[in-house]
Write a protein that binds this ligand. Structure first.
Ligand code: HEC
Ligand code: HEC
Ligand code: HEC
Ligand code: HEC
Ligand code: HEC
Length: 168
């Protein structure tokens, strides 16, 4: 019941004014990764496209962290003397994966869909910042409800604002 009232109140305030709610979670969060994977080296310097590695991003709700197979396409030959590459190689040969630490995490009650955004031409950088310059990935946007809503409200977005768009 309390939850329902909260929803109604929020619904009213949403229609009434520009949405300011949202504490902003984990903005700037930059966990240490098990292997120091460098986007600025792979994307910035060597020009590898995002989708070469995150190859599910346009098709599925979730993007994906690449499998070690896509790393080994190059690293069977490239930098094989590096201890990091040796570690990747060993995991790959053993059929294991690397436990990358998740950077972005929306709460379970929120529905997000990459493909809906990419199909409308929203770039990765709009939401994730200049990943191609990051040696270590960090959370660029605050991922608050206000952040989502403010963009959905823009004339150019024509994106839905009803609660069930983003909430289960
Ligand atoms: C050569 C492969 C490769 C390429 C190319 C690549 N990435 Fe990544 N990406 C990774 C790996 C591996 C991780 C997990 C480790 C980490 O977070 O650094 C990752 C993590 C991420 C994350 C954080 C995911 C999370 O845990 O929330 C984002 C966002 C991201 N990449 C966006 C991009 C964007 C945008 C581009 C293009 C500008 C790109 N990546 C290009 C391999 C790649
Ligand atoms: C398209 C080719 C390509 C792919 C795919 C690729 N890399 Fe690389 N990687 C490179 C190149 C080129 C370098 C830089 C080598 C140099 O310093 O001369 C590099 C360097 C590295 C280094 C630094 C090694 C060191 O000790 O200096 C790490 C770690 C690394 N890559 C991890 C990964 C991981 C993890 C993946 C898969 C998610 C991946 N790479 C996918 C081409 C690739
Ligand atoms: C409209 C904003 C937006 C755009 C555009 C966007 N992302 Fe994301 N991305 C997010 C959000 C929000 C999350 C967290 C999703 C979650 O926790 O469920 C995320 C998560 C990720 C992750 C972590 C895995 C996952 O799905 O949780 C990767 C990798 C990623 N994005 C890569 C990309 C790449 C590559 C592009 C461009 C091709 C891109 N993103 C475009 C907002 C965006
Ligand atoms: C930079 C602008 C921007 C941001 C930030 C953004 N969105 Fe969107 N969103 C859009 C656009 C544009 C569409 C596409 C609308 C369409 O298909 O007509 C969209 C569509 C969606 C859809 C699909 C609606 C459908 O068609 O079913 C969902 C779900 C969604 N957004 C959730 C989110 C959530 C959750 C966040 C925040 C974590 C977010 N969006 C942040 C611009 C944005
Ligand atoms: C465009 C996407 C989007 C739409 C539309 C949206 N929300 Fe949200 N909402 C989010 C996101 C993302 C979060 C999590 C981040 C946060 O709490 O700011 C959230 C969080 C919340 C929370 C906080 C839950 C908590 O744990 O504190 C409530 C309550 C809520 N939304 C209610 C609503 C209601 C009511 C509507 C409709 C009037 C609505 N939302 C529409 C994206 C959206």
């Amino acid at each position: 019941m309390a939850q329902f009232i909260l929803l109604v109140v929020m619904g009213l305030s949403l229609t009434a004014c520009k949405f300011q709610y949202g504490i902003g979670y984990n903005k700037g969060y930059q966990p240490e990764q098990p292997i120091p994977f460098d986007h600025s080296l792979h994307v910035g310097k060597h020009n590898i496209q995002c989708q070469y590695c995150h190859n599910q991003v346009e098709r599925s709700t979730h993007s994906n962290i690449p499998s070690l197979q896509s790393c080994m396409n190059c690293h069977l030959q490239v930098k094989t003397d590096s201890p990091y590459i040796t570690k990747i190689r060993e995991a790959y040969d053993a059929g294991q994966s690397i436990n990358w630490v998740k950077v972005h995490m929306l709460p379970d009650h929120v529905r997000f869909n990459h493909s809906a955004h990419l199909n409308k031409g929203v770039s990765c950088q709009t939401c994730h910042g200049e990943i191609e310059k990051m040696q270590v990935v960090y959370q660029y946007s605050d991922l608050s409800m206000g952040w989502c809503i403010n963009c959905h409200r823009e004339q150019s977005s024509k994106a839905p604002l009803n609660c069930s768009t983003c909430h289960y």
